[in-house]
Design a protein around this ligand. Structure first.
Ligand code: NDP
Ligand code: 13P
Length: 346
């Protein structure tokens, strides 16, 4: 495939920003990788490594590290925003102050903001003045940075209200190891990516408690049911949840030792407390804040989300993890497929 070679800035030099910078660099693009810690950027430029986030990985030489956001953005019209949901408003404010020309923002974060209950593309539209925003694209799917950086086969979906730009972003990233699909359902792609982290925390807890594969399969299946139930109420297509940003990402996050959400849940299940777990992780565990947001969304849309609700109590109301599982198992009996009937009722 013949490509247009572009200058692209990746904003956020953590695990995912660095792995995606590698995909873009493999495709021949000129990649600027911005991070807010000068020492880490020196390591990227001098040693071509990012040991804290991707140990033992050599970065291609067409990735250049930047610690000045202004320099990273000069002459750039496409950025990949790869930072935790919590930091997005702050970083977008800095970007908006530095820009005079419109940007296409490809966001790759998997969260929902508590209280505002906004998806990330909505936060971007709120923070960036309209004249500085060309388009917002989301890239999501089953894709652990650790495996992408080893160039193992990976598939993701891109979505946007502007599908012409989504197709341009598909071309920017796609290669032999990294297959990119388009999906026009931006609500479903963002909701699937964010809410799977809640179920991965729960799956980690279940494993930490010593429960087996039956329990995990139940969490994945019933987790998908409650994600879809909420997503459809928010305007998503039910089909998206059977795709890469739905069941695909749910499987990888609930079953992989790479997942920070699964690992955090696992430590909780083994008896550590939440603060201890988050302090030890050293990387973002998006599912914790997203559990708060999903709990609020379930109330707002009047949707039953039993796993989310029990996890919320385990994380924030001192409910013991084992008691939480007992609560889920003791719920009143119901018909497995009643959810599907509800999709088509409204
Ligand atoms: N890791 C993965 O496999 C995947 C992650 N994602 C999503 O991508 C997003 C980013 O995750 P990931 O890269 O893994 O997270 P990491 O914790 O690995 O890295 C986060 C990066 O963001 C930086 N950062 C945090 N706060 C700020 C701030 N206020 N200003 C500037 N930089 C900041 C961190 O800097 P510092 O080093 O100083 O902490 C770090 O470089 C998350 O939403 C995650 O769900 C999506 C798909 C795959
Ligand atoms: O989203 C991911 C894989 O698709 C990464 O999940 P974690 O944030 O749990 O590591």
């Amino acid at each position: 495939m013949k490509r247009n070679i572009e200058n692209v800035a990746v904003i956020g030099a953590g695990s995912w920003g660095t792995a995606l910078a590698m995909v873009l660099a493999d495709n021949g693009h000129h990649v600027r990788l911005w991070g807010h810690k000068a020492e880490q950027i020196n390591e990227i430029n001098d040693l071509h490594t990012n040991e804290k986030y991707l140990p033992d990985i050599k970065l291609p030489h067409n990735i250049t590290g930047y610690s000045s956001l202004e320099e990273a953005l000069t002459g750039i019209d496409t950025i990949v925003l790869a930072i935790p949901t919590k930091a997005i408003r702050d970083v977008l404010n800095q970007i908006a102050d530095l820009r005079t020309e419109p940007l296409t923002i490809v966001h790759v974060s998997k969260g929902i903001e508590p209280d505002s209950l906004l998806r990330i593309s909505e936060m971007i539209e709120q923070e960036m003045p309209a004249e500085l925003l060309h388009s917002v694209v989301v890239l999501s799917g089953p894709s652990h940075a650790e495996e992408v950086s080893l160039r193992h086969p990976t598939t993701v979906a891109v979505s946007s209200k502007d599908m012409m730009t989504a197709e341009r972003i598909q071309d920017l990233f796609i290669n032999q190891n990294f297959r990119v699909y388009t999906n026009a359902d931006i609500v479903g792609v963002e909701i699937g990516g964010a809410l799977k982290n809640i179920i991965a925390l729960a799956a980690g807890i279940s494993d930490g408690l010593g429960y087996g594969d039956n329990a995990k399969a139940a969490l994945i299946t019933r987790g998908l049911a409650e994600i879809s139930r909420l997503g459809v109420k928010m305007g998503a297509s039910p089909l998206t949840f059977s795709g890469l940003a739905g069941i695909g990402d749910l499987i990888v996050t609930c079953t992989s030792v790479h997942s920070r959400n699964w690992r955090a849940g696992n430590m909780l299940g083994k008896g550590q407390n939440l603060q201890e777990v988050l302090d030890n992780m050293g990387m973002v565990v998006e599912g914790v804040r997203t559990t708060k947001a999903a709990h609020q969304l379930a109330e707002k849309y009047n949707v039953q989300m039993p796993i989310t609700s029990v996890l919320y109590d385990v994380l924030f109301n001192n409910v013991n993890a084992k008691d939480g599982v007992d609560l889920l198992m003791a719920r009143s009996k119901t018909n497995e497929m009643e959810d599907i009937a509800n999709f088509f009722e409204d």
